[in-house]
Design a protein around this ligand. Structure first.
Ligand code: PLP
Length: 449
């Protein structure tokens, strides 16, 4: 497409007049007007092209405008755009079958939602109904969505303005060796102490009052903290001991992001409920859901499930999920994510860390990596304080601006940049992104001690 700055300016002016944006002070934002996208790139109206190392909000696992998914949506639109959730529909049945075929263990029934937060809301509702208990435990350094229960479960500052004391949520610390809440020095210590801390939290909350423990299998926006070996199995064991429902939130980590269909596959752990969204159809049409164990699903064989959504299992969304999952399987896209992580991103990012004093830690797997930027490697003082805004966040703003100027669209959160390209990213694109990051990191290095 040809650049058309006048068209871009018109799009932006109307946006500023009428669109109320998420998470933003409306008067202080300057959104980029996007003209188009393909594969790992998107572009604006001024002729600037960006390598998308954010996958938007870590959702375009299959890249932008995958032709098979676009065609499936077009075909479905011509056939049947919408039908209420109470009917049986070919594409909904097939999407559920393809998802159930891939989820761990006996998670074989799928409740569809329009996105991740609604998936979490419904998983929590199922856990409470199944156990007859009310409390839900979740970790600090987590994000579970912006609806009522999901935002209360969230363990980052996005929760604070929406906190309601009545939500029945208790937060605990998950494992994170680089900033260990347990002052651990090895992965083994971190795992052992994190499990003891969870067991103690349960003991003092009263395990008989706890309906569910919800974890992101690999916490995403909060920092891509890959759990130590044994941690998830330990949580599973605590849940079993106390009759607590174990919910794994794979909204961000699922569908190829970690180089496996589900992140839980890395550790062979099966939760009772698994939430998904994003990568299930790369967000081409809004879709999320809950995969439900045989036991919990059976609890609703004779009593009605008291929850539903007008767009549950929307045909356009389900058609795009079928096409996405089939294309990912046919084209080896999950395997590509694993290979790019092992051969290109992991080694490449560790090499950047050796040369840039601002990089304190490199962690991740598949196409799911975080660089922890620090002022001082020795003390691990973050490049900007926790939840910094305005002037205090200037060093990260300078880094972000340097990325964008060079044509790399980064995913930045607090003092971290996440390297989260599509699962389809090629070796050449991943290397191009690493080279652009290399340049941009000098802007962060300027703020080190
Ligand atoms: N859970 C996790 C782990 C997420 O990363 C997100 C979104 O980033 C959500 C839930 C909420 O999903 P949505 O924004 O689709 O409601």
């Amino acid at each position: 497409t040809q650049p058309d700055p006048a068209a871009g300016a018109a799009v932006k002016a109307t946006d500023r007049a009428h669109v109320f944006h998420s998470w933003s002070a409306q008067g202080l934002i300057d959104p980029l007007a996007v003209a188009g996208a393909e594969g790992s790139y998107f572009w604006d109206y001024d002729g600037n092209r960006y390598l998308d190392f954010s996958s938007q909000l870590v959702n375009t696992n299959i890249g932008h405008q995958h032709p098979k998914v676009v065609a499936a949506i077009q075909e479905q639109a011509g056939r049947l755009c919408t039908v209420a959730p109470g009917f049986a529909v070919d594409v909904r049945s097939e999407a559920a079958r393809l998802i159930a075929e891939r989820t761990p263990g006996d998670l074989d029934k799928i409740f569809f939602t329009s996105g991740g937060a609604e998936a979490v809301e419904n998983a929590v509702r199922m856990a409470r109904l199944h156990t007859g208990r009310s409390k839900v435990l979740s970790t600090y350094r987590s994000y579970h969505g912006a609806t009522a229960a999901a935002i209360n479960l969230t363990g980052d500052p996005r929760r604070w303005p929406s906190d309601t004391a009545s939500a029945g949520v208790v937060h605990f610390w998950g494992p994170f060796l680089y900033r260990s809440p347990f002052h651990a020095e090895t992965e083994e210590q971190e795992c052992e102490r994190a499990l003891r801390h969870l067991a103690d939290t349960l003991a003092f909350e009263g395990p008989q009052s706890v309906a569910a423990i919800i974890l992101e299998t690999v916490p995403g926006t909060a920092g891509i903290m890959v759990p130590p070996a044994g941690y998830l199995a330990g949580v599973r064991e605590l849940c079993d001991r106390h009759g607590i429902v174990f919910i794994l939130d794979e909204v961000m980590a699922g569908f190829g992001r970690t180089g496996r269909w589900f992140a839980a596959d890395h550790w062979g752990v099966t939760p009772d409920l698994l939430t998904f969204a994003k990568g299930v159809n790369s967000g081409y049409v809004p879709l999320g859901g809950v995969a439900i164990s045989a036991e919990i699903a059976a609890g609703f064989d004779r009593r009605p499930y008291p929850g539903g959504l007008t767009y549950s299992g929307h045909p356009l969304a389900c058609a795009s999920a079928v096409a996405t999952i089939e294309a990912m399987a046919e084209e080896g896209i999950v395997e590509n994510a694993a290979r790019i992580g092992e051969d290109v991103l992991g080694p490449g990012l560790r090499e950047l860390a050796e040369r840039h004093p601002s990089v304190g830690d490199v962690r991740g797997l598949g196409v799911f990596w975080a660089l922890e930027l620090v002022r001082d490697r020795a003390t691990r003082e973050p490049l900007v304080p926790y939840n910094a805004a305005g002037e205090a966040a200037a060093p990260m703003a300078a880094f972000t601006a340097a990325c964008k100027k060079s044509g790399l669209w980064p995913f930045v959160n607090m003092n971290r940049t996440h390297v989260v390209p599509p699962c389809t990213v090629s070796e050449a694109e991943a290397k191009e992104g690493l080279a652009l990051l290399d340049e941009a990191l000098t802007a962060a290095d300027a703020h080190t001690v």
